[in-house]
Structure formats: C-alpha cells, structure tokens
Ligand binder design. Structure first.
Ligand code: ADP
Ligand code: ZN
Ligand code: MG
Length: 505
C-alpha cells in the first residue's frame, strides 16, 4: 500500500497531475435511442428487444427525439454549444454484447461542444472545461456464471449520453466532487436517475502526471468505478503509483486499468486502443440532425435552476447556513418543498425568519426522520401526504399555541397515516390546546382544593426563597393541572396562574 500523496514529499518529486472524466448517463427516455423498445432497468432478460436493437441485417434505426432533447438539455446545463448540424458515426469493435459489431455514437460533431462547469464546494472552487457531450447507444449486458456467460440484450440500444471533460482536474477529491455535482444536475433536469449502483451513471477516469510545466503525461484510464468514492480512491492511488514509477525512472504505460474495490488498487486490463482503431465513419442509416428554433426553444424551456445556483439563492434569500442550504438542495423535490412551505407559512402570517426557522427544523429533523423510517426518499416529497400546506397549517397552530408541541408531533404522524388536514386531526382527537385563562383557572382551582398541602408548602418555599423547592413543587402542580386537562392546557398560562395564586394569598 502506498502512503497518502502529501506524506512522502521527501521521497517523491512533486508532479503535476491531470484528470479527465468520461461520464456515461442513461437517459430516462421511455424507449431506446434508435428503436421503440422499452427502456427500463431490471426487467426479465431479453424481453425488451427487437430486430433493430438485436442488430438483424436489413433493419433501419430511427432517432428517438426525446433522447436528443434530453441530451441537449444536459449540454446546455454544462454551457456547451449545440452545433447547427450534429450527426452519428459508427464506432467499430467486436464485443459479444453488441451484435452489430459497431456502436452508433457521435464523433465529428457531437450534440454538445466546448462547455464548462464551475466546480464548487468542500474547499474547491475551479472551472472545469467540458470537451463534449455525445449521444450513443448502450451495449447489452454479459452475466458470467460459474461455467457459462449469459447475454441480456435489454440494455442494448438504451440511450446513453457521454460527457467528456478536458483534463482540468488534479485530485481524486475534485473528480469525486465533479461526479456528485453532475449527478445532482442530471437529477434536477430529470434526465437521469443518477443511480451508480444500477449503472445509470458510470464514470471512466483518465489520469496522467508530469513534471510541472511539461504538460500532460501519458494517461491511464481507470474503469469499473461504480461510486464517486471509488473514483476518488482509484485516482489518488493511480497518481501515487505513477509518481513512484517516474521516481524510479520508469515510464508509465498507456493502458486501461480496472479498480479493484476489494484490494483498493488498480490492475492492468488492456492497452488502450485509440480513435483510429475504431474506424469511425458517418452512420449512413441516420440523417444529419439540424436543431431548429422550435427544438432549441423547447430545450431552453425544459431547463431548471441548477443545484449550485439554487444553493446560492437559498443562502442569500433565506439566511440558511451553507450546510442547511446544501442539504435542502440535495434533491430538487426537497428544495421545492422547502420554498413552497416557507412561502405558504408567510402567507399564513408567520414572520419570514420564523417561517424559515420552523420549516428548516421540521424538514431537516422530524420529516427527515419519518421519511427515513418509512423508506420514502426526499425525491418523493412532491407526493408526501404532509404537503407543504399541511405542514404550515400545523406550524401556525403550534406558533399560536393552539396545539401543544407534543400533540403537534402526533398530529403530524396522523396527517401522514390518515391523509387528512391537521385541523381535522386536532379537532377529531380533541387536541386543541386550552389557552382561555378562565377555563384554565377553573381547573387550577380544583387542583388547589385537592392539593392544599402542596400549595401551602409552595407558599412557604417561596417566602423562604428556596428556589429549588419552588421549582419542584411548581412542576408537580403544573403537571397535575395538565393531567386534569388531558395535556391540553397551555403550560405557560397554568404556571402563571399558580404563581398568581401563591403571591395573591
Ligand atoms: P481517447 O481518444 O483515448 O478516448 P480523449 O482525447 O477522447 O482520449 O480523452 C478522453 C479523456 O481523457 C478526456 O476526459 C480527456 O480529458 C482525458 N485525457 C486525455 N489526455 C489526457 C492526459 N494526457 N492526461 C489525463 N487525462 C487525459
Ligand atoms: Zn429494439
Ligand atoms: Mg475518447
């Protein structure tokens, strides 16, 4: 095992590192990219197939415009230029899970070109250039059993968008952040579920090192990185490994390596082919695509405020801490929920600051806890039974003292299980808090009669300035009054009245 890079500067010369990522995302199109087959994860093997995606001779692909649309949304979100003409090429190689022996991809004029993103967070702030975004078809899946290899072509032809960065990152941490940020972005756009375990977002990482000022080194590509953490670990391992090779006067071999998550190291897989080996040529069966004004407008219309921008706006408009804003913006549905709730709470009369405080607390503690307990993801907040309107009704009732904090929490639970408004639940259960001083005085009087000895003791303790005893006895008597009202009397009013009784007599 190698040391962490920063601990061995004595033995290792300082090298400059260059990291470029190739991220593949499955687009959430209903059908595949060049045929009408259903595009879904986890279906019975070989049920979503047809002559086109199985590569039968004589069949013709047809572009799924939804895939082009989603691809262009990502391109725009990454500040890419969409060219006047974009088209497809055949990338030729043999693989058993690709029956045509070529993959339809984009090469000379991909749908998104020369973009950039701001990488921001965890003490990192830098611009990363995006080389391109191109649309292609995915291959099928091989399943290796002990004695045989099985093929599932459900994934063959699924819309895949590849996002290629320039080698502008330098550390595993930056690459990890890039993936996390991109994942959030495509989820906000609703074009990819970002599930790395299911392979809907996959990353290959390219890395080279060189002496400072000498430019790019000889790159190694790491594959099989199915989590953003592995991207970080794999890259940092590689930077270290290459540094030690150069230290020893060796040259780094240009190759593809695999990340081994059990051994925490990379191992050689194959020497890398380059573009010429693929013999790219324009796909003769698909026409050139020239996005017209209406198409470009529909792409623009489908864009949403992106996560980083939203975090910034939430910081400025709501006075949240960075951590809170980041947590809330992790999911678009959650940020939407938050903003809707604050807006509604203000409309119902809560001061802005108070509304923000209460909504934030409930969202990041009680609601979060319930979602976790019930196995609901924050992405599903849009259909949560405790809607922003219901939450704020409850918050206003609590703020007014119309329901106790404790009954408020129980009301929240009942709203969710019974799918009713909080007012209805509180009324049904008789949980309205009693704040009317006359009503509370009646109960205090009856407790006074029943607990005369304790009242006398409390009066003595008060005269003697025995604060500890005063507190104990007050708590006891307030508890008696609350018990007599089924926990509904406002404890503040009860306390005041008991003190009044003592001082008045
Ligand atoms: P290939 O033809 O091998 O696919 P590309 O030029 O398409 O290479 O680049 C693939 C990825 O590798 C890109 O993300 C790019 O930024 C990165 N890359 C290219 N050259 C280097 C290098 N010398 N060091 C680190 N990353 C590199
Ligand atoms: Zn098909
Ligand atoms: Mg390439």
């Amino acid at each position: 095992m190698f040391d962490a890079p920063h601990t061995n500067t004595i033995t290792t010369k300082k090298y400059q590192s260059f990291i470029g990522l190739e991220v593949h995302i499955h687009l959430l199109t209903k059908t595949k990219v060049f045929c009408g087959c259903r595009s879904a994860f986890g279906d019975e093997p070989n049920t979503n197939v047809c002559p086109v995606c199985l590569g039968y001779p004589g069949v013709l692909p047809a572009l799924n415009i939804e895939a082009m649309h989603m691809g262009c949304m990502v391109a725009k979100a990454l500040n890419c230029r969409i060219p006047e003409k974009t088209w497809f090429e055949r990338k030729q190689y043999f693989y058993p899970d690709m029956t045509k022996n070529y993959q339809i991809s984009q090469f000379a004029s991909p749908l998104g070109q020369d973009g950039w993103v701001e990488l921001e967070g965890k003490g990192i702030k830098k611009k990363i250039r995006i080389k391109e975004c191109h649309l292609e078809e995915d291959a099928g899946k091989m399943i290796h059993t002990g004695t045989a290899s099985l093929l599932d072509y459900n994934r063959a032809g699924v819309s895949l968008l590849e996002i290629v960065t320039e080698p502008d990152m330098e550390t595993g941490e930056e690459a990890e952040l890039f993936i996390q940020q991109l994942r959030r972005t495509v989820r906000y756009l609703g074009v990819c579920d970002g599930n790395m375990e299911e392979g809907s977002l996959r990353a290959d990482a390219n890395v080279s090192i060189n002496l400072p000022g000498k430019g790019l080194g000889r790159k190694v590509e790491i594959k099989n990185l199915n989590s953003s953490r592995f991207v970080k670990l794999g890259l940092n391992y590689e930077i270290q490994r290459q540094g030690e090779m150069l230290d020893q006067g060796k040259t780094v071999v240009q190759e593809t390596r695999l990340w081994n998550e059990n051994r925490d190291e990379t191992a050689p897989m194959r020497t890398k082919e380059n573009a010429q080996d693929y013999r790219y040529f324009p796909e003769p069966d698909l026409p050139v695509f020239s996005p017209d004004v209406a198409f470009l407008k529909s792409v623009d219309d489908a864009l949403v405020e992106l996560p980083l921008k939203r975090v910034g706006r939430l910081l400025a408009d709501y006075g949240l801490t960075e951590e809170q804003a980041d947590l809330i913006c992790e999911e678009k549905a959650q940020a939407d929920y938050f903003e809707a709730a604050v807006k509604d709470a203000v409309a119902k009369g809560l001061p802005h600051r108070d509304a923000v405080g209460r909504v934030t607390n409930w969202l990041l503690s009680d609601i979060k806890h319930i979602l976790h307990r019930d196995g609901i993801s924050t992405a599903e907040l849009g259909s949560f039974k405790l809607t922003p309107k219901r939450l704020t009704s409850l918050l206003v009732l609590i703020a007014k003292g119309a329901v106790s904090g404790k009954n408020g929490k129980q009301t929240m639970e009942a709203v969710i299980t019974e799918d009713k408004d909080p007012e209805a639940i509180i009324k049904e259960r008789g949980w309205e808090q009693i704040t009317d001083p006359a009503k509370i005085a009646e109960v205090v009087q009856s407790v006074y009669a029943a607990e005369a000895a304790s009242f006398t003791e409390l009066r003595d303790a008060t005269t003697q300035d025995n604060t500890k005893r005063v507190r104990t006895l007050t708590t006891y008597l307030v508890g008696k009054v609350l018990a007599a009202t089924g926990g509904r009397a406002d404890p503040k009013v009860v306390g005041e009245q008991i003190r009044g009784l003592i001082q008045g007599k």
